[in-house]
Write a protein that binds this ligand. Structure first.
Ligand code: PMP
Length: 327
């Protein structure tokens, strides 16, 4: 099959059995290989849907500009889509992010504006600066991934149906962590419409409010920090609001580290930290549900952006973590 260009190459990723975890639990633990998207992550889908929505409602026209506040993968996805469609791409990023991310975005042709790291409530927060700046230029949009529901629509229209078709409806549970919440919300909506009894479980790192929101009804922060990137949130976004979620699993960084190293050395997959959190959650869920169940999760991106952190022994030691093994 020949795909008609870059945008058609986004999505339709394989669903892959995780051999080690499936053997350990007697379940089918399946990972959706989002790292195989052109920009290397699950965020390509949201980037394309947000740009398409702006094109179709007339807010983004030929030679326009896409502005976004993002710490990483959404910017990378937007930069790819903007290059393909001839738009300028301006990315606001907090100054606590790795220099690899800044240089990668610049290599892709985006203009990167690194701003001081301040909480969301502060008007100088990178997301708010991106929103204000987009208003000052003609023919520009603020993608606004956290509250623009074109993000979750991408997963409702593609990721969810793909999982349903790939499993032929033979799925008992879906679990993944949330950044904007677009993936969990879109996939949950689609799967619950097919079968109400498919369990939707949020995975959450420490230092995030999602676990308490789901288990106690209050989005209060759990103690952190976590070395994971791109996931966890201190607030409930418009994408995540009114999503049917059946439970939550909190994952310690050490368990995530053990998971990514086990996957690398045993299964051969080189994955990032959020994939590690997702697989830990799927593994816990498999042990709880018992043999014979099919559990799907998301392999959000690969490990190459984390060579100076998650895959660096000195970094791990500084964080009192060590490369271990799934027990
Ligand atoms: N993993 C990684 C590596 C990410 O960059 C993101 C997005 N920030 C997520 C997971 C979470 O995806 P979502 O925004 O759809 O919740």
């Amino acid at each position: 099959m020949i795909l008609d260009g870059l945008t058609q190459a986004i999505g339709n990723t394989p669903l892959i059995k995780i051999e080690s975890l499936s053997a350990l639990t007697g379940c089918n633990i399946l990972g959706k290989a989002e790292f195989m998207n052109p920009g290397g992550s699950v965020k390509d889908r949201a980037a394309l849907w947000m740009v398409r929505e702006a094109e179709s409602n007339g807010s983004l026209m030929k030679d326009g500009t896409v502005v976004e506040g993002t710490a990483g993968n959404t910017g990378i996805g937007l930069a790819h889509v903007c290059n393909n469609k001839g738009y300028d791409c301006i990315i606001y990023m907090p100054d606590n992010q790795s220099t690899e991310k800044v240089s990668l975005l610049k290599t892709l042709g985006a203009e990167v504006r690194v701003v001081p790291t301040v909480p969301y409530a502060d008007e100088e927060n990178y997301q708010k600066q991106a929103g204000r700046f987009a208003k000052t230029i003609e023919n520009a949009i603020w993608a606004n991934q956290f509250d623009n529901t074109a993000n979750r629509l991408a997963h409702y229209e593609t990721t969810g149906p793909e999982i349903w078709e790939q499993t032929k409806g033979n799925i008992n549970a879906f679990t993944c962590a949330t950044g904007t919440g677009g993936t969990l919300a879109g996939v949950s909506r689609y799967l619950k419409e097919q079968r109400q009894d498919i369990q939707i479980i949020a995975a959450d790192p420490f230092g995030s409010a999602i676990y308490n929101w789901i288990t106690k009804g209050e989005p209060s922060m759990t103690p952190g920090p976590s070395i994971t990137e791109g996931i966890g949130n201190s607030r409930i976004t418009r994408n995540l609001a009114d999503t049917q979620i059946d439970g939550a699993i909190q994952v310690k960084d050490q368990d995530m580290v053990d998971m990514v190293y086990s996957l690398l050395h045993e299964d051969g997959w080189f994955l990032g930290s959020s994939s590690g959190i997702n697989l830990c959650s799927a593994y816990e869920l498999a042990k709880k549900l018992g043999p014979g169940n099919t559990i799907v999760t998301i392999l959000c991106d690969d490990g190459s952006k984390y060579q100076s952190t998650l895959f660096n022994q000195e970094f791990l030691e500084r964080k009192s973590l060590r490369a271990g093994h799934v027990k």
